[in-house]
Design a protein around this ligand. Structure first.
Ligand code: KG4
Ligand code: ZN
Length: 337
C-alpha cells in the first residue's frame, strides 16, 4: 500500500514553460512556472531554444519550489514528469532531469500524459467533479472532448481534424499583427469589442470532431479584402475583430460540447487546457451551464495553462494505483493515451 501522504515532486516541460510542483499526497504545496520569453521575437516557440531554456530554468525553479513548499529533496518519495506529448527536446530535458533525480534519490519515476494531466487539473482544488464527467480540453496542440470515467480511465470522444483551438487563436492573432502567444491578447481586446460586428462561418463537421482551419482561412481572406480598401482596417477595428473571432471559435467549441452532453446524458461539464483561461469561453460555459442545468467546472487560471501541479495530481493517482515508470522509458512527441 502506497503512503497517501507521501511528498511527490512533479516536473512539466512539454513546450515553453518550465514547471515544478510539490505535493504532500493530494495537497498542493507549491507550484512554480518559469515562462520562456526567448520565443516572442520569433512569433512562435522555437524548439531548440525551448530545450535550452528548460535546462537553464530547471534547477532554479526546483530550488524555489522546494523552498516555497518547505520540504527538502530527501523527503521526496516519487518524481513525476511529463512523458508525452510535446516538443521532443523539451520533454527529453524534463524527463532526463526527473530520471536523474529518481535515480539519485532512489525513488520511483512516474511518467505522465500531458493531456490526461490537463483533465485532472480539476482535482487540484475544490470543487472537484465526480465521475463520469465531460471535459473539453483545449490547448495549443489539442482540442478534445473527453469522457472521464475515473482518474485514470478516460476516452477521447472527439478531437480536431486540423488546427487546435489554441493554435487557431494564435494564428489568427498573428494575422491581426499581435505578438505570440496571441490567444491571451485576443481575449484582452475582445473585452471591449462587439462579438457580432463581423461574422465568420462556423465549420459544419459531423459528430464530435472539430475543425478550425476554415475559420482561419475566412478571417485571412476577409482581412486581405478589407486591408486593400482600408490599410489601417486592423488597427481601427481591433477590439471588434478580436471579439468576433473569439465568439466564432467559442461557438464552435460550445456547440460540440452541448452535442456531447446531450448524447451521453452527462451533466457535469468541465473545461481544461490553455484556452480554458479565455474569459469568453469561461462565461459561455457558465451561461450554457445555467440554461441547461449543468454543473460546470472551471479550473483556476494558474491550472489552465501549462503547469506542474496538473502533472503532480495525475502522478498522485498513478502513485496510489502503483503505476510507476521504468528508468529506461522514453519520452514521446506524439502519443494517444
Ligand atoms: O495548455 P497550454 O498552456 O499549452 C499546450 O499544452 O499547448 O495552451 C497554450 C495555448 C496557446 O495557444 C495560448 O494562446 C492559449 O492556450 N491561451 C489562450 C488564453 N490563454 C492561453 N487562448 C485564448 N484566450 C486566453 N486567455
Ligand atoms: Zn498543455
Amino acid at each position: 500500500m502506497r503512503d497517501p501522504h507521501a511528498v511527490l515532486l512533479a516536473i512539466e516541460s512539454s513546450c515553453d514553460e518550465t514547471g515544478v510542483a510539490l505535493f504532500r499526497g493530494s495537497r498542493l504545496l507549491s507550484n512554480l512556472v518559469a515562462t520562456q520569453d526567448v520565443h516572442a521575437e520569433y512569433g512562435g516557440v522555437v524548439p531548440e531554444l525551448a530545450s535550452r531554456a528548460h535546462l537553464q530554468h530547471m534547477v532554479p525553479t526546483l530550488k524555489a519550489a522546494l523552498e516555497a513548499a518547505e520540504v527538502t529533496l530527501s523527503e521526496i518519495k516519487a518524481v513525476a514528469c511529463t512523458q508525452a506529448p510535446g516538443l521532443i527536446g523539451s520533454l527529453m530535458v524534463g524527463m532526463g532531469f526527473a530520471k536523474s533525480l529518481s535515480y539519485a534519490l532512489q525513488v520511483p519515476l512516474i511518467g505522465v500524459h500531458h493531456m490526461q494531466a490537463h483533465v485532472l487539473a480539476h482535482f487540484i482544488r475544490e470543487p472537484r467533479p465526480t465521475f463520469p464527467f465531460l471535459c473539453l480540453t483545449v490547448s495549443g496542440g489539442h482540442t478534445q472532448i473527453v469522457l472521464v470515467k475515473d482518474y485514470l480511465n478516460m476516452t477521447v470522444l472527439g478531437s480536431t481534424l486540423d488546427d487546435a483551438a489554441g493554435e487557431a487563436f494564435d494564428k489568427i492573432a498573428k494575422m491581426l499583427r499581435l505578438p505570440y502567444p496571441g490567444g491571451p491578447l485576443i481575449d484582452k481586446f475582445a473585452q471591449q469589442g462587439d462579438p457580432h460586428r463581423f461574422t465568420f462561418p462556423v465549420p459544419g463537421v459531423k459528430g464530435l470532431d472539430f475543425s478550425f482551419s476554415g475559420i482561419k482561412t475566412s478571417v485571412l481572406y476577409f482581412l486581405q479584402k478589407m486591408l486593400k480598401m482600408q490599410p489601417d482596417f486592423i488597427k481601427s477595428n481591433l477590439p471588434d475583430l478580436c471579439a468576433s473571432v473569439q465568439h466564432t471559435l467559442i461557438s464552435a467549441l460550445m456547440s460540440k460540447l452541448e452535442l456531447a452532453a446531450d448524447r451521453l446524458g452527462v451533466r457535469q461539464i468541465g473545461i481544461a487546457g490553455g484556452v480554458s483561461a479565455n474569459r469568453g469561453l469561461r462565461q459561455a460555459l457558465e451561461k450554457t451551464g445555467a440554461a441547461r442545468q449543468w454543473q460546470v467546472f472551471i479550473p483556476d487560471f494558474e491550472f489552465c495553462t501549462d503547469n506542474a501541479a496538473m502533472i503532480g495530481i495525475t502522478a498522485y493517482y498513478k502513485w496510489l494505483a502503483g503505476e510507476t515508470t521504468p528508468l529506461d522509458a522514453l519520452p514521446s512527441a506524439r502519443s494517444a493515451w
